[in-house]
Design a protein around this ligand. Structure first.
Ligand SMILES: Cc1cc2nc3c(=O)[nH]c(=O)nc-3n(C[C@H](O)[C@H](O)[C@H](O)COP(=O)(O)OP(=O)(O)OC[C@H]3O[C@@H](n4cnc5c(N)ncnc54)[C@H](O)[C@@H]3O)c2cc1C
Length: 428
């Protein structure tokens, strides 16, 4: 073992000690117990965290899932590999979430909408008029200031009592009769989370993959995109101000969010293509998002797999927990030709598409929802991800309360909680 580093065996011993400490001192859930060694100027921390709900991935869906779980009374920890909340909405620069409305009325509200609305209001912006059915689907997407959105999300997490852990990611996930033991790594720190429920909001269902639960993936995946701006990033005006301005984007073919190697490769490729553009156009680079945005990687295989027919027919699932709305929107090498939904159609998302087949005590939210590729190309948009996040957070918190697994929580209890927290729940 290298001096100053805790080896794996020692980590296990330290962890066991931390668990014993937690049990004997009867401290509140969510409390950290840190065992530290100082050596050669370095501090190696081993943290043991007890929580009811662990949300992995503080992106578009995960932030909302965590806030819902915490507001429902669950001790909630949120692990995010990056440096801020919001995921593709902020770090990816896709700061125009949609769609909260369909055919002249709002169909998604709740915590995601609260955050979006407050971001726009604080920024002095204007919200779309949902009573108006736009000619083009994207007109009612809401421009948010990506910087403000990330900070407001943090504030809401803090107010809800959520413990946020940035720069960390799960390395090993082990089930036990009491729930989960999730060993996470960060730089200069290691954390063991002991929790009852996991909400996987990593985009590509990474925790589900670590557990060898079934996931779906097409032979081809949609390109990602790197967002940037040449010359005019600081132009004034609400729709084009800092943080809200419409950015340019370049496809990053093969962009894959599966692991740090594939994410690195996508970022390198994306930035190189931006540099090529700067050289070619001889313009100044005024803005560049720190990471590429990923459209597609893995989806879970749930008890229900939402098909494109379910999606385009607006099937009302028996266990529907939220609506979703967007054209079928598959990007390929030759671009994208959105296929709008027929007038009046509003798809729904069932709880059983958020739970990996054959699993207990784990639920997902976001673009990894159990669905075929075409259905997923519409379901993956941000308002829908936020609505799924709220539903998953509610189901996880109720599962803790009832000492059961999310799929065994009576659906009416989940719906009742969602309504109480401002969400819109599909009805016949
Ligand atoms: C270029 C582009 C354009 C788009 N255009 C639109 C649009 O116009 N309108 C719209 O509404 N939607 C659009 N989308 C789709 C939408 O933005 C995404 O599908 C959606 O934001 C995904 O949300 P998510 O919560 O599933 O994932 P994300 O928002 O990506 O969040 C995943 C989070 O998990 C973290 N994470 C990943 N792995 C780990 C790990 N192992 N441990 C800890 N943390 C982890 C990530 O850092 C990230 O913060 C677009 C997407 C792209 C890429």
């Amino acid at each position: 073992m290298e001096d100053g580093h805790i080896g794996r065996r020692q980590f296990m011993q330290h962890s066991a000690a931390g668990v014993a400490l937690a049990a004997s001192s009867n401290l509140a859930l969510g409390t950290d117990h840190t065992s530290q060694r100082r050596s050669a100027g370095k501090t190696e921390g081993l943290v043991v965290t007890q929580a009811d709900v662990l949300v992995v991935g503080g992106g578009t869906a995960g932030t909302i899932a965590a806030i819902q779980a915490a507001r429902a009374g669950a001790k909630t920890t949120l692990i995010e590999r990056g440096s801020q909340l919001g995921g593709t909405t902020t770090t990816g620069g896709v700061s125009f979430p949609g769609l909260f409305d369909a055919w002249g009325k709002q169909i998604i509200a709740g915590i995601g909408w609260e955050l979006v609305r407050e971001s726009v209001e604080l920024d002095g912006g204007k919200l779309p008029d949902f009573a108006r059915v736009p000619e083009r689907h994207w007109e009612n997407q809401v421009r948010v200031n990506q910087f403000l959105y990330a900070i407001l999300a943090e504030e809401k997490c803090e107010q809800a009592g959520i413990q946020i852990a940035y720069y960390e990611f799960p390395q090993e996930v082990t089930g036990s009769p009491d729930g989960w033991r999730v060993d996470c790594a960060g730089f200069g720190t290691r954390r063991r989370v002991l929790c009852k429920q996991i909400v996987d909001c990593t985009g590509g269902a990474e925790v589900v993959g670590m557990l060898n639960l079934p996931r779906l993936r097409g032979e081809q995946t949609q390109p990602g995109s790197i967002l940037f701006k040449l010359d005019k990033a600081n132009s004034p005006g609400r729709r084009n101000g800092p943080g809200t301005g419409l950015l340019d984007s370049l496809y990053v073919h093969g962009a894959d969010s599966t692991n740090s190697r594939t994410v690195t490769a996508a970022n390198l490729k994306g930035r190189k293509s931006v540099l090529d553009r700067v050289r070619k156009e001889r313009k100044r680079l005024m803005h560049l998002q720190p990471e590429a945005g990923f459209r597609e990687s893995y989806r879970i295989e749930g008890k229900t797999v939402i098909t494109v027919d379910d999606y385009t027919s607006g099937r009302l699932f028996e266990d529907a927990v939220c609506y979703a709305f967007y054209p079928v929107d598959l990007h390929t090498r030759s671009g994208v030709k959105p296929r709008p939904l027929a007038r009046g159609t509003v798809p729904t998302v069932p709880l059983s598409a958020l739970v990996p087949k054959g699993s207990r005590n784990i639920i997902v939210a976001g673009r990894c929802v159990s669905s075929d590729r075409l259905a997923n190309s519409g379901l993956r948009v941000q308002a829908s991800c936020m609505a799924m996040g709220q539903a998953a957070g509610a189901a996880a918190a109720l599962a803790v309360r009832k000492n059961t697994t999310p799929l065994d929580v009576p659906i009416e209890d989940i719906r009742e909680m969602l309504r109480r927290h401002g969400a819109i729940v599909p009805t016949a």
